[in-house]
Design a protein around this ligand. Structure first.
Ligand code: AP5
Length: 215
């Protein structure tokens, strides 16, 4: 699979990506996870990205393209990849198209996970994420709680609320999505690559992807 996952914050991109990678060994590439890992590690990238992220702003396109150009050329991408949270703007999508062309890689499709706003808000307020940068497992206190409250089932680190999960940052992230990222739906529709799945269930998204790719 060579897929882009599109959808508002909290639509379930990370959750669906983790389930899809288990099907055929594709690798999940989440720019959000990469950036949060860099913030935790205190790298130059993390220091530059931190302010943008905690406010709910996008980090500059140039930073993201630098990360993705090298990431897409790592050997594990040969088995397929799921891009979770990238591209996020029209310039990123245009640069990605040129990069994939240069690398001789053909995308299968861009999958839009379309979830109503009230459900999204509820999910973001109740999400917990493993703070270990090598794990970053996703939980939800209502729909998928860890076995022991506040502790990641997989690695035993703390499962916490993200810094960008304040009410103010969440509403800013949703506005940023509508302004900067939602236009990508038209971009990929025009390219004949869009699969739009209006679904609140991850299983329904996975079934639609499998059907489209005849998996
Ligand atoms: P990023 O980490 O990409 O955040 P996001 O797009 O806001 O997406 P989320 O991770 O919040 O949500 P998700 O759709 O993955 O949902 P999840 O599966 O967790 O980006 C963070 C920041 O980094 C950005 O704000 C920006 O600053 C920066 N950044 C990243 N990429 C960038 C880029 N390309 N350019 C510029 N800046 C960039 O699910 C949410 C919750 O719902 C969970 O609790 C989950 O358990 C639950 N849930 C999921 N599916 C279901 C279901 N079917 N039923 C019930 N509950 C469910």
């Amino acid at each position: 699979m060579k897929l882009i996952l599109l959808g508002a914050p909290g639509a379930g991109k990370g959750t669906v990506a983790k389930l899809l990678t288990a099907i055929d060994g594709s690798v999940q590439i989440s720019t959000g996870d990469i950036l949060r890992g860099a913030v935790t590690a205190g790298t130059d990238l993390g220091k530059e990205a931190e302010g943008y992220m905690s406010r709910g702003d996008l980090v500059p396109d140039s930073l993201i393209m630098g990360i993705m150009e090298s990431r897409l050329q790592e050997p594990d991408c040969a088995n397929g990849f799921l891009l979770d949270g990238f591209p996020r703007t029209i310039p990123q999508a245009e640069e990605l198209t040129a990069l994939l062309e240069k690398l001789g890689i053909k995308l299968d499709m861009a999958v839009e996970i379309d979830v109503p706003k009230d459900i999204i808000l509820d999910r973001l307020c109740t999400r917990r994420t493993c703070e270990n940068p090598d794990c970053q497992a996703i939980y939800n206190v209502k729909s998928n709680p860890p076995k022991v409250e506040g502790i990641c089932d997989k690695c035993g680190a703390r499962a916490i609320q993200r810094e960008d999960e304040t009410e103010e940052a969440i509403s800013h992230r949703l506005a940023t999505y509508n302004e900067k990222t939602a236009p990508l739906i038209g971009f990929y529709k025009k390219a004949g690559l869009l699969l739009s799945v209006p679904a609140t269930s991850s299983d329904a998204v996975i079934a639609a992807v499998k059907e489209k790719l005849s998996l």
